[in-house]
Design a protein around this ligand. Structure first.
Ligand code: SF4
Length: 222
């Protein structure tokens, strides 16, 4: 029996038959009771494995197509935007909340950015990374927008990405407080949203095309 698959709610697996579902788990932080629900859903729908993803999600892998809607109902969580032209993830580390190395509140900033931007439609896939210190555990330099905590504030980079043609982001600003960092992120997102011509070109390639100085002028940062 075929079933309606929620938009972006399931990813067909290599066997061409089974699906993976990956609920939204901001920063990978999940309450124990909710974690238990995920495990129970995996058991209920005979999923052979669960996968901790690079996007800080927990995917349930190997669900039959007809069971996908019921699995979503059972776990009762938001869909993770794992595919599509949008802000796919805001990856963040524990920062000053849990980590002894933390210099800035990466968890607070990451949750705020996640609330504002996760799933936000843009001309290409787009990722944000927030790390609480220079050790960069959330890999901010390889994200379209990266924030890295330093004693004097946030260091902002833009235009990084992973994938087949990886790039490090350009340094845009240092010593930003939380409000300044959020404002700068909003300007960068607005800029990229206006690049309708980009058509799946990632922001790092857009910056290469127009030049970093033009980009800085466009976002009025740096
Ligand atoms: S980036 Fe720094 S603050 Fe964040 S988890 Fe790594 S060591 Fe800790």
């Amino acid at each position: 029996m075929k079933a309606d698959i929620p938009e972006k709610g399931a990813v067909l697996q290599r066997d061409g038959e089974d699906y993976a579902i990956a609920p939204h788990i901001p920063g990978g932080f999940i309450e124990v009771a909710q974690f238990r629900k995920l495990v129970e859903a995996a058991e209920k729908f005979d999923a052979p494995v669960m996968k901790l993803t690079s996007g800080q999600r927990i995917a349930i892998v190997g669900i039959k197509q007809e069971d996908v809607p019921a699995a979503w109902n059972r776990i009762d969580m938001k869909i993770g935007h794992v595919i599509g032209l949008c802000v796919r993830m805001v990856k963040f580390c524990p920062g000053t909340t849990y980590c002894r190395h933390g210099r800035q509140d990466a968890m607070g900033m990451g949750l705020k950015l996640d609330e504002l931007y996760h799933g936000y439609s843009l001309p290409a896939k787009f990722k944000i990374g927030v790390a609480g210190c220079e050790y960069s555990c959330a890999a901010p330099l390889t994200k379209e927008i990266g924030l890295r905590g330093a004693p004097e504030g946030w260091t902002l980079t833009a235009g990084g990405n992973g994938g087949a043609k990886p790039k490090f982001g350009h340094l845009l600003a240092e010593g930003l407080d939380d409000g300044q960092a959020l404002e700068a992120v909003a300007r960068i997102v607005d800029f990229f949203e206006s690049c309708t011509w980009a058509n799946k070109m990632r922001m790092g390639a857009v910056i290469d095309k127009i030049g970093f100085d033009e980009f800085k002028k466009a976002v009025s940062i740096g």
